[in-house]
Write a protein that binds this ligand. Sequence first.
Ligand code: FAD
Ligand code: NAP
Ligand code: SF4
Length: 669
Amino acid sequence: MTPYPNLLSPLDLGFTTLRNRVLMGSMHTGLEDKAAHFPELAEYYAERARGGVGLIVTGGFAPNKTGWLLPLASKLTTSAEAKQHRQLTAPVHDAGGKIALQVLHAGRYAYHPLSVSASSIKAPINPFRPRGLTGYGVKQQINAFANCAALAREAGYDGVEIMGSEGYLINQFLAERTNRRTDAWGGTPEKRRRFAVEIVKRTRQKVGDDFIIVYRLSMLDLVPGGQSWDDVVALAREVEAAGATIINTGIGWHEARVPTIVTSVPRAAFTWVTGKLKPHVTIPVVTSNRINMPQVAEEALSSGDADLVSMARPFLADPEWIRKAETGREDEINTCIACNQACLDHAFKRKLVSCMVNPRAGHETKLTLLPTRRSKHVAVVGAGPAGLAAATALAERGHSVELFEADDEIGGQFGIARKIPGKEEFAETIRYYRRRLEVTGVKLHLGKRVSAAELTGFDEVVLATGVAPRVPALPGIDHPKVLSYVDVVKHGKPVGERVAVIGAGGIGVDVSEFLTHADSPALDLDAWMTEWGVTDPEHAAGGLGTPKPEPSPRRVYLLQRKKSGIGSGLGKTSGWVHRAALKAKRVEQITGVTYEKIDDAGLHLTVDGAPRLLEVDTVVVCAGQEPVRDLADALPADLPVHLIGGADVAAELDAKRAIDQGTRLAAAL
Ligand code: FAD
Ligand code: NAP
Ligand code: SF4
């Protein structure tokens, strides 16, 4: 008996059957844009199909050039292009999977001058003003969607997903916010819905009855001027009548100022919205957003809120997610911790998408962990992200690995990160590695600070000894009111009601979040919805209410010497969430400071040439880190030694680099 009877049960769609209730949601990897990259993309999909995914949805393909996300981005408009796509569909079918092409028209989110929309209204997140479509232009766009779907069928896809959410073109027709037309395509909710409904109708006519049409429907727009709940329900019914096979859930436009997928969003935070819609239609509905583990997915289905779950990033983190759930190995799942650091943040920088906790994602053909021909006895020192990645990958390849950790537990700095409110998911990575050490047979020595003498008998030594907090040279730095972030977050040392945080990098921002949260239950859905103003869409159009953040229990000052904006080095997709959270907690952010001294009165600064005293009880130092690499100098010159993670370079270190470096070293040894 499986603990996931709903999740793993097949879904009969009449003309075809999905092998389970899991849809791999659309994720643009960056490999879609050039057919030259299709062999790599094919292996990426095939690995997920072999892992058991029921229905894979590709990254978005535009139905014409106006719909491109970026100039020369992925599109499917010709039979020649369709032929290339056979490289993608065939391996998925060989692995017993099914695959649908996402048809995505960016509308006013298109980052190029050809962009079009319902009306000529610029998006707040894009410098290009779209051209408002003529009535003839609207019909051309509808035909483009249908033609693209027909080409997808020609290419061997099992279906298409019509992207109607997230604020893209179809969504722009649906909402008054972006549709000011007074012709047959706007002016009333019925007329605004017509574009979406005609697309589904025309597509069904073109592709025939035995082809999956998933319609991704924006259930919560989360922007002012979004659709009312009545509009959403009416659209779902009309889309069903027009021939959709499945309705998928879309939450929030890209320009929404409510986080929808970052790690501080509670798991399955929006499944209730799918559940609210489900009784209004008879076709299967898919729920999505922040579903990352089998029990969360099973609950979403067993509660009756949805018929399928959509997960995208979890399959970057672990292509074998389903196989592991099927075979009772869920404790071996490499969980997506919703950090966005190597997936969405890469996509925004036009870099190839990968995964922080699985650097092989997107590099399946290039980064392989092949069995070694010559097993070596390897010592890995330090069980932070770098050492854990190296040790487990080395052991997977067949090396005999011993891992030494000075602390009583594994995780290194990640063990501190997981204590930050909203970063609780980071504990999953530590859980994953703890189990992975057992599965791969790494010999773990906890509470063992090794000396150079103890390492001389090994064939290879990997130093992953990480970083130590930097102590700035500042008069009064040894004052009793000064603490490091390790003292505060890891050791729970008491902090006063007025606090200055020195350093506003990732850790300074995180520590400020830590200090401005009382002991409220983390990741509590009701509390989170209240904090961000997410509400029942029957009460407010688009589900957008008034945010009511809990007041901070402390007065916090967050300081940096640079003049640049605080948190400017954080990821594109999470930095704004941190900045908004700190603002809501009234953290005073001061840039361009010179630190003068710390004494009984507080922290003395100069800001814009003027002296200022912050009368604080505690000063928390988050001024970056220095590498810990004393062992490197003490080891004999003839012993092969490899430095990785913070021990290698502390500047701009993050877990993404640490894990990547550890994995790549292990692949090469
Ligand atoms: P470390 O994590 O420092 O691990 C080194 C390990 O080596 C330690 O466990 C140490 O005890 C051990 N060690 C040292 N010397 C010896 C010895 N002689 N013998 C045995 N063991 C030894 N990164 C991100 O990418 N995203 C985030 O959101 C993020 N948030 C963070 C939030 C906070 C509050 C903190 C503190 C860090 C955060 N980081 C984040 C940074 C991330 O945790 C580090 O970049 C990462 O842990 C570095 O990995 P590492 O393995 O190189 O070193
Ligand atoms: P960091 O990002 O390098 O920030 C260090 C801060 O300390 C800066 O604000 C710097 O700004 C200040 N500083 C540096 N030297 C100083 C000195 N001598 N005296 C006073 N201030 C000094 O490092 P971090 O915050 O320690 O974070 C470490 C790594 O963890 C980062 O690289 C980051 O990528 C990662 N991390 C990521 C996240 C995330 O959400 N993605 C979260 C946490 C951590 P000024 O020099 O301008 O004062
Ligand atoms: Fe998930 Fe982070 Fe990996 Fe993206 S990079 S898939 S958010 S763990």
